[in-house]
Ligand binder design. Sequence first.
Ligand code: IPE
Ligand code: IPE
Ligand code: MG
Length: 257
Amino acid sequence: MWKDFFYKNEKNENEKAFNTINAAKLPTHIAIIMDGNGRWASKKGLPRKMGHKKGVSTLKSIVHTASDINIKYLTVYAFSTENWKRPLTEVNFLMKLFSYYLDAEIDEMYRKNVHIDFIGGIKDLSLGLQEQIEKARKKTADNDGLHLNIAVNYGGRDEIVMAVKKLAQMASDKKINALDIDAKMFDDYLYTAHQPAVDLLIRTSGDMRISNFLLWQCAYAEFWFTKKNWPEFMPEDFIQAIMDYQKRDRKFGGLNV
Ligand code: IPE
Ligand code: IPE
Ligand code: MG
């Protein structure tokens, strides 16, 4: 239960003051750029792949926390369209890790009522991984708890171009009138069709950039950065990000008077 999650306010440590998140003001959609696996490993003198392995444990615990506190949508960046530039050994290791993660976690996620989805160019992945993804999607399709989007071979620019192509094709087939295209219609042709926009974007490991993640969906997202690397990111940090989000003044271009 979300009530079980406390975050100790360091300023008032002696007074044993605790803050909790406000369940009435939860971000509906949280996105995470899970960055810093390699740096975490290097700092410890370990190979980069150990960082990715530890990063999977972090993902497990954050998915559980998000589900426990009733977050509706969580989108995690696991592999970008640009990550293919990495050495083949690292790419292959990451692909194996996704496969392992799905295998190991699917039953538990099913029990936790998590609806698993994948966003990105799934067709470019190995057939084995595509089958696993399809199986996970099907198995959890009727779950109505946390909606977890795992972004694999995902790129925000590719996603936008994909939507443009679909709409252009429909216009040329006279199924729609090109002049009727608006932001709402466009939104329905993205991987995240029918999902709410991102409220809170978290990035670990100190870099303050978006790296081609959810470019359209983050139009009015609140950004939250931490220097901690993803393998050392804890449920308490996730709760802290939400508490900080709850203090932000979101205006969407208007005035809060
Ligand atoms: C994030 O960690 C995981 C992926 C991009 C797959 P990195 O592998 O980018 O770790 P750093 O940024 O090199 O430390
Ligand atoms: C973003 O991290 C992609 C993922 C976390 C999967 P990168 O490590 O690829 O981003 P850059 O290269 O630092 O911008
Ligand atoms: Mg990185």
